[in-house]
Design a protein around this ligand. Structure first.
Ligand code: 5GP
Ligand code: ZN
Length: 117
């Protein structure tokens, strides 16, 4: 865990987060600035900075995230409707928060598959 990381602080309940799902490996909470009716951030419960920092030691956390999407879809009631998962990595990828996170987005028909500019 990193002292100055907002997502680590949400995981540790040091700052409020609207947590919708959690298990041993994964924490999922509502994005502060949703871009769709459902916009949830899914993060590993250890500090991994970005996709560039995934390795054999922390891979289980990332694998568990892949499984958590299905649970979150069930909880939010959109398993059948579908959803989109986005992971921004690094500067060109537009990553602002330096704790690996996946945007789980849905609740409406989404537009362009690749967002530009
Ligand atoms: P990024 O641009 O790094 O892929 O996405 C960061 C996301 O974190 C943004 O969608 C932003 O709205 C969200 N965010 C930033 N600060 C907070 C916060 O303190 N709490 C929550 N729940 N979301 C945040
Ligand atoms: Zn962190």
């Amino acid at each position: 865990m990193e002292d100055n990381c907002i997502f680590c602080k949400i995981i540790k309940r040091e700052i409020p987060g609207d947590i919708v799902y959690e298990n041993e490996y994964v924490c999922a909470f509502k994005d502060l600035h949703p871009v769709a009716p459902i916009h949830i951030l899914v993060v590993p419960k250890i500090h991994i900075t970005s996709l560039q920092d995934v390795n054999d030691e922390n891979l289980e956390y990332v694998a568990q995230i892949q499984k958590a999407f299905k649970e979150i879809a069930k909880i939010t009631g959109i398993s059948d409707k579908g959803y989109r998962v986005i992971c921004n990595c690094g500067e060109d990828g537009g990553q602002e928060v330096k704790h690996l996170h996946y945007h789980f987005i849905g609740g409406k028909k989404l537009g362009a598959k690749i967002v530009h500019d």
